[in-house]
Ligand binder design. Structure first.
Ligand code: MG
Length: 368
């Protein structure tokens, strides 16, 4: 099988709650997502999606994804999409870095591989652990009272894991964590995600002030070394997210005992192929994972579900159903949250069929 053509589509994903706010005064109202369609000489079509969390979260932005895909796509014409290692080496030789650019292309090739062999991607990634898996709900940055109030709201939707967006003024963040913890029920999980927003001394202050609270601290500071210093000062379990950008830093962080959990985002590391490598190593090392992506709609949610569902339950800390945050559905067949849990589709490939009427005209078209 050979790749004969690649198309890309741009789609806006507005939020049910109007906007999503996190550290550093950042917020997004409408997510700018890019869907990739890979066409083959056998007639099988594969789909992938990349949706950065705005331009100020990671070194990634939506227009950059499309520019990069336009740069890479011609290099993939003629390549066998079912040979994922070859596909990834081809992309890495053609373009150094820019992992997020490669993510949707890799994802679309996994969709094709699954369709070609009649298996869901979760099966190709190791199989399904259990019937479904637990999701977390991000709580957009707001007043301590409002954020604590959202715990009850999301609990009523079935969620048992709550991630507070902190990383702002330390005194306000301490109040946010205490307010949310006060309304928590037994068995529920609370994470305070600073998204790199604290300086080291602020993070040490917050960690000290919540040392008796049952809460995880996620990515307190911008740099790995700062997070490691905070780690040495806190008794709270720690999650590293933005810092874990590839296998090399994961290995270093493991040696440094820098975290208890990592947040593994598919596009942050360059696609399902590389996320699977990291996932499998974490399983061998005993490091739990939140498996998700930067953002996305139905296609990203499906891809997440295949990687998460094929992860041993004991090491899957949580995952995300981004398609429930946004008002636009871009594909049929995507997994839908049920009592705070999600299951990967059982149909071949990613198990989704894009709504071409929603995607509209392609913004990029290469080959046939
Ligand atoms: Mg995070």
């Amino acid at each position: 099988m050979r790749i004969s053509g690649i198309r890309a589509f741009q789609v806006g994903l507005p939020l049910h709650e109007g906007s999503y706010k996190w550290s550093g005064g950042n917020s997004v109202d409408v997510f700018d997502s890019t869907v990739v369609e890979i066409r083959t000489d056998s007639g099988i079509l594969g789909y992938g999606e990349i949706c950065p969390l705005g331009p100020a979260y990671l070194p990634a932005y939506a227009a950059g994804a499309r520019t990069g895909i336009a740069e890479l796509a011609p290099q993939l014409i003629g390549v066998d999409p079912t040979q994922l290692g070859v596909v990834n080496q081809t992309m890495d030789r053609a373009m150094r870095g820019h992992p997020y650019v490669k993510s949707a292309l890799d994802m679309a090739c996994w969709d094709i591989l699954g369709k070609a062999c009649g298996q869901p991607v979760a099966t190709l990634l190791g199989g399904r652990f259990g019937e479904d898996f637990a999701l977390y709900r991000a709580i957009s940055q707001d007043t301590p009272e409002a954020m604590a109030g959202m715990v009850a709201e999301y609990r009523s939707q079935g969620y048992t894991k709550f991630q507070l967006k902190v990383g702002g003024d330390p005194d306000t963040d301490i109040a946010r964590i205490h307010a949310a913890a006060a309304v928590l029920s037994t068995g529920e999980v609370l994470v305070a995600d600073a998204n790199t927003g604290w300086t080291q001394h602020q993070a040490v202050r917050v960690a000290g002030a919540v040392r008796d609270v049952d809460v995880y601290i996620e990515q307190p500071c911008m740099h790995y070394e700062e997070c490691l210093a905070v780690r040495h000062h806190t008794n709270r379990p720690m999650v590293l997210d933005e810092s874990i950008e590839d296998m090399l830093v994961l290995l270093r962080a493991y040696q440094d005992r820098a975290m208890d959990v990592i947040n593994l985002k598919i596009s942050k590391v360059g696609g399902i192929t590389k996320a699977r490598q990291i996932r499998d190593l974490c399983v061998s090392l005993g490091i739990a994972m939140t498996i998700e992506d930067t953002w996305g709609g139905d296609i990203v949610t499906a891809a997440i579900s295949h990687l998460a569902h094929s992860t041993p339950t004991g090491l899957l800390f949580s995952s995300t159903d981004f398609n429930s945050y946004v008002t636009v559905s871009i594909a049929e067949g995507a997994p839908q949250r049920n009592h705070g849990r999600l299951a990967a589709p059982v149909t071949p490939g990613l198990g989704i069929t894009p709504r071409m009427d929603v995607l509209g005209k392609p913004v990029l078209e290469i080959g046939g």
